[in-house]
Design a protein around this ligand. Structure first.
Ligand code: CO
Length: 250
């Protein structure tokens, strides 16, 4: 079974430039960094509460991440769910006829990993990972709290994430939105008409205990953001294609 979001993967053109924002601009500590020749990427994981943010730069033009960048530009690429037994999960999913990219796990930055076919989860590319060893849990100034996804049929995708992975479905009374909880990260699924017609993974929300410090860091780095009440929205041009909402709980 799945307990939490291990990480959210972001496709970027340059890992070094993206670290300039996520590590230096936001202050997220790098937990791992490596080249993964098998996937044609160089990648880094950055701590963000109980989950992490993964930055992926393609090293081969034929890699999935290179094709994603050519088609859609920088932005949210995949969602990785953590399991204690990725081998067992794959056998179970395969047995249920779920389309898989990897029928056997392979080594990745997050441990032993495997990708489901995007068709398995309403167009969202889902990775499963069983971490190898224990990374120190690094304190981070921001915690990943929410991933917004647009899907043609939110209730159907929510039901699928619930039935495939046992993730609890939360009822939302206002309209067609659905929320699925994965550990401390909420997956908010909205219809495309509430997302400017977009489909797929749309935006991240993070929480901080010191919004003023985050704002000061972003201003020092000359990053663009919009201010709200106890909340800011970083412009996607600064955050490598990812609308980023950062709030401080009241
Ligand atoms: Co990943």
């Amino acid at each position: 079974m799945i307990h939490k979001v291990h990480h959210v993967g972001i496709a970027v053109r340059s890992l070094e430039t993206a670290l300039g924002f996520y590590r230096d601009g936001l202050g997220l500590p790098v937990t791992r960094r490596a080249e993964v020749p098998d996937q044609g990427v160089r990648a880094a994981l950055l701590a963000s509460g109980e989950s992490e943010i993964e930055l992926l730069e393609p090293t081969a033009p034929s890699s999935g991440v290179a094709r994603f960048l050519a088609k859609r530009g920088e932005g949210l690429h995949h969602l990785c769910l953590e399991t204690e037994d990725v081998d067992g999960e794959l056998v179970r999913l395969d047995g249920h006829g779920v389309p898989l990219i990897d029928k056997v796990p392979r080594p990745g930055l997050a441990g032993r990993i495997a990708f489901l076919h995007p068709g398995a989860c309403g167009g969202v590319l889902v990775e499963l990972a069983t971490p190898d060893g224990h990374d120190p849990s690094l304190p981070a100034p921001l915690r990943l709290r929410r991933l917004v996804v647009a899907a043609e049929h939110p209730a159907e995708l929510g039901g699928r994430l619930h039935s495939l992975f046992g993730l609890p479905l939360q009822g939302i009374n206002t309209g067609p939105r659905v929320q699925v909880d994965a550990g401390r990260v909420a997956l908010l699924i909205v219809p495309p008409e509430q997302a400017g017609g977009s489909r797929g993974m749309l935006a991240l929300s993070l929480q901080t205990d010191d919004l003023a410090a985050v704002i000061a860091r972003l201003e020092r780095g000359g990053r663009g953001f919009l201010r709200g009440a106890r909340e800011i929205t970083v412009e996607p041009a600064s955050s490598h294609g990812v609308p980023l909402h950062i709030s401080q709980p009241g």
